[in-house]
Design a protein around this ligand. Structure first.
Ligand code: FCB
Length: 382
């Protein structure tokens, strides 16, 4: 198939989140998993966007750090709002379409003290913050992601007890999911009231559950529970679906995660590009535009990244050929960054960061991705 073979005006970019890259943030994570200076993106965003531009990107995803904006309950910090205005303008000046996330797992300390996501007024607090930010920045930002991976966060923070606030309670977990769902719906309504043309969605981590024969039943149950329950609840309150895809889970007997692990990333996740195709096909039924908001690999040696991107994109293209309305792909991540409870060890970046000098070094795979973005397509079939 000759190039270009992706849809016209397709968005090519990379994703980041505030806490993982900016540095100097005190929030609900910092006392347990401190990101410290992270990549110092807070003061180097111009340089970093310059790199993204030089790599052929035409879009970029980032998040706003709530803890910077609303340091005290109900008090908004004008200086920090101005900072993010400069950030989004810096993207516009380079013709990088901004995709902005409002909650990427972090909350201000005052809210944590009030019970955080468990607080009955969480959706009120969140939509008030969303309203202020969208009013301030919507001249430059059309695409808004309310929440990043709500289910994944809730599972780790309230069931497994690994992420802050490190709880293990099924009751709290269920409450949290309800609060997050309400938070999304309220924020959606508030944003659409400001300007109904703004495009609002969530970024949802979907796992491809794969079961054969009798296990197919389990597969459907897992899909229903994990991948689609949340989306079904909010389907009338989203203009697009943001998909984060990292891995699959093979079901055998009554056991999940029986993967073959032939090729794995530094995180130990099996590389399974075909999974993105199946997940996209499953999302077809919502009849909404889809943006792949995250897909990436921890690969310090940069040995597998180029093939990882290529292979996933070939499966994405196949889904598009079948009629799935995919409109953008954002690699996770532009820079190496702070990987939550795993710290600085995993290296997801198209760009390597030397955490001592903060120097940036573009990895070879970033140029391969650039070729795809610039050509708006790639050769050879699956
Ligand atoms: C996703 C998160 C993102 C990053 C990647 C590796 O689940 O949204 O912040 O940690 O995993």
């Amino acid at each position: 198939m000759s190039k270009p073979n992706f849809p016209k005006n397709f968005y090519w970019g990379a994703s980041t989140s505030a806490y993982q890259v900016e540095g100097g943030i005190k929030n609900n994570w910092s006392s347990v998993f401190d990101a410290g200076r992270a990549c110092d993106h807070y003061s180097r965003f111009q340089e970093d966007f310059g790199i993204a531009k030089s790599l052929g990107h035409n879009a970029h995803r980032l998040s706003i750090e709530w803890a910077r904006i609303e340091t005290e309950e109900g008090k908004f910090n004008e200086k920090e709002i101005e900072h993010y205005r400069e950030v989004t303008q810096a993207l516009r000046e380079r013709d990088l379409e901004p995709f902005v996330t409002l909650w990427h797992w972090t909350i201000p300390l005052w809210l944590q003290e009030k019970g955080g996501l468990k607080n009955k007024k969480f959706s009120f607090y969140f939509s008030r913050f969303a309203e202020r930010i969208v009013k301030e920045l919507s001249r430059d930002v059309l695409f808004w992601i309310t929440l990043n991976e709500p289910l994944f966060y809730a599972t780790n923070a309230y069931l497994k007890g690994t992420w802050p606030p490190q709880k293990k309670s099924i009751y709290q977990y269920i409450d949290i999911l309800k609060n997050l769902r309400d938070a999304h719906i309220q924020a959606y309504q508030v944003i659409k009231k400001i300007n109904s043309n703004l495009q609002v969605g969530i970024a949802k981590n979907n796992i491809y559950f794969e079961g054969r024969g009798i296990n197919a039943l389990l597969q459907h149950a897992a899909d229903w529970w994990w991948n689609f329950r949340f989306l079904d609840h909010i389907k009338n309150h989203q203009d697009f679906i943001g998909l984060n895809y990292y891995f699959h889970s093979r079901i055998q007997g009554l056991r999940f995660n029986q993967n073959e692990n032939k090729v794995i990333s530094d995180m130990g996740w099996e590389i399974y590009p075909e999974g993105i195709y199946h997940v996209l096909e499953d999302l077809y039924k919502y009849k909404k535009p889809i943006y792949i908001m995250e897909n990436g690999i921890a690969d310090a040696k940069d040995e597998k990244r180029a093939a990882f991107i290529r292979d996933h994109l070939r499966w994405v293209r196949k889904a598009i050929e079948n009629g799935v309305d995919v409109r953008g792909y954002f690699y996770w991540s532009l820079l190496d960054n702070f990987e939550w409870d795993k710290g600085f060890l995993p290296r997801f970046g198209l760009v390597e960061v030397d955490y001592k000098t903060m120097q940036r070094k573009i990895r070879p795979s970033a140029y391969e991705y650039k070729n795809i973005a610039v050509d708006n397509g790639l050769d050879s079939d699956i």
